[in-house]
Each structure stands twice: as structure tokens, then as C-alpha cells.
Design a protein around this ligand. Sequence first.
Ligand SMILES: *[C@@H]1O[C@H](CO)[C@@H](O)[C@H](O)[C@H]1NC(C)=O
Ligand SMILES: *[C@@H]1O[C@H](CO)[C@@H](O)[C@H](O)[C@H]1NC(C)=O
Length: 244
Amino acid sequence: MLPHLILLTAVSLLSAAKDNLMDQCMDGKHHKTDPGPEDNLHGYCSPWKQKSCCSANTSHAAHQDQSYLYNFNWEHCGSMSDQCKTHFMQDTCFYECSPNLGPWIVAVDQSWRKQRIVDLPLCKEDCESWYNDCSDDFTCMENWHTGWNWTSGINKCALGKTCRKWTDVFPSAKDFCEKVWSNSYKYTDYPKDSGRCMQLWFPNDDVTPNVKVAQYYANLKGSAHNPRLWPGLLLLSLLVMWTV
Ligand SMILES: *[C@@H]1O[C@H](CO)[C@@H](O)[C@H](O)[C@H]1NC(C)=O
Ligand SMILES: *[C@@H]1O[C@H](CO)[C@@H](O)[C@H](O)[C@H]1NC(C)=O
């Protein structure tokens, strides 16, 4: 009886450890509770059709400036180039739709979301192409999460925050990727095929490289660091002590 109980506890602990970091949707403003198939995902959100944290509606809105998602105005310093905007659409899809962000989800105390991602390792090519494609654009803010003037309902540059060349605001690709969403992303030197970094976009609509990377970091972060597993671990050690 007791060995069975031990085995059962151990198995449920292992699956809990795995479930906790893989196939997870963050508790955000528009995220679904659990990932699932979505046949009608739009444009840059389509790679997540088979397993998605975003609904079809969210995927459409992810392609619009000042959409109902966050009323966020990409064109706060005049029009944004199409090549630059494409990356922000892909970034929005990645954030809203990917079920592979688990290892980087942390709790936050914000009015509009309960969880966010921090220090997610971006592939070097993804960060650098985003930065390079925006290098002729303008912005007034380094951190796009705070400091805006929202009185009109959309984010505008606050008084004293002048529009400057992208490359003056962000001297490097690293500077940009890490600061723009207040450290949601971490710059890395890892290339796409390294298995150690996440891609924002997939030429063949195949997200499996990201699934493998998430699995790698989920294993690294391991069960012992997850407070939700402590009661089970305690039970397991008590059961083992009883038997010996
Ligand atoms: C999606 O958008 C349509 C049209 O705007 C709306 O009728 C529908 O209720 C929305 N669905 C969800 C799940 O929000
Ligand atoms: C915010 O914008 C409004 C106009 O929309 C302006 O009257 C106000 O001075 C601005 N405040 C700051 C701090 O930028």
C-alpha cells in the first residue's frame, strides 16, 4: 500500500512540475485560461493555430495600431515604417498566443494583468532584425510600459519627452530588446538553431523550435524551485521515512 502511495505521489509531482511550466497561458489581459486549437488565427499569429493562448479576435487586433487590446499607439512619433511595425505585430502575437512562455512567467501586481514574462532569452537574429528594421523610425520613450501621457485614451509622448531617432534612444539591439518592454526579453548571442533561445517569428509556421527551448528551460528551472510542489515533496519525504 505505502509503496504505491509513494509512487503515486512521485508521479503526480513529476507531472505537476512539467505541467506548471509547459503549455501554460499567462494570467494576462486577453489570454485564454488554457491553450487550445484556434483554426482562424490571423496573419502573424497563425503559427500558434494548433495550440494557442490567443483567440481569433485577439489575433486580428494584434495587427492593428491602437487596437482594443491595449489602445497602444505605435505611431506616437509620426508614422512607423511597415518593416518596423511587422516586428511589433509578431511580438504581440508571440506574447498573446504562445503557450511556451511558462519558464519566464512571473506574478505582478498590475491593474491590467496578474502575470508577465521576464528575461525571456531572444535569439540574436530576432532581436537584431527587429532593431535594424526600426532603425530609421522615431520614438520618445525607452521603456514603452510606463511614462506615457494617457489622458486622451491612447499613449502619447508626455511633456518634455521629445521624439528622437530610434538609434539615439536605443544605442544597440540589446538596449532596445531589453528596455522596450521593461526586461520582458533578454538579449542573447544564441543563434536560432542553438536550442537555447526563443524566436518571435517562424519562416515555416513551425513553432517546435520554441517548444524545445521552453522544455529545456523548464527542466533547468526544475521542480524544487516551484513553491506549489512543496506540500507534495513534504508528503513524499514523510512517506519514505515511514517505510524505512
Ligand atoms: C469576436 O469579435 C466579434 C465581432 O467583433 C464579436 O461578435 C465576438 O463576440 C467576439 N468574440 C469573443 C470571444 O470575444
Ligand atoms: C497630457 O496631454 C494633455 C493633452 O492631451 C495635456 O493637456 C497635458 O498637459 C499632458 N500632460 C503631460 C504630463 O504630458
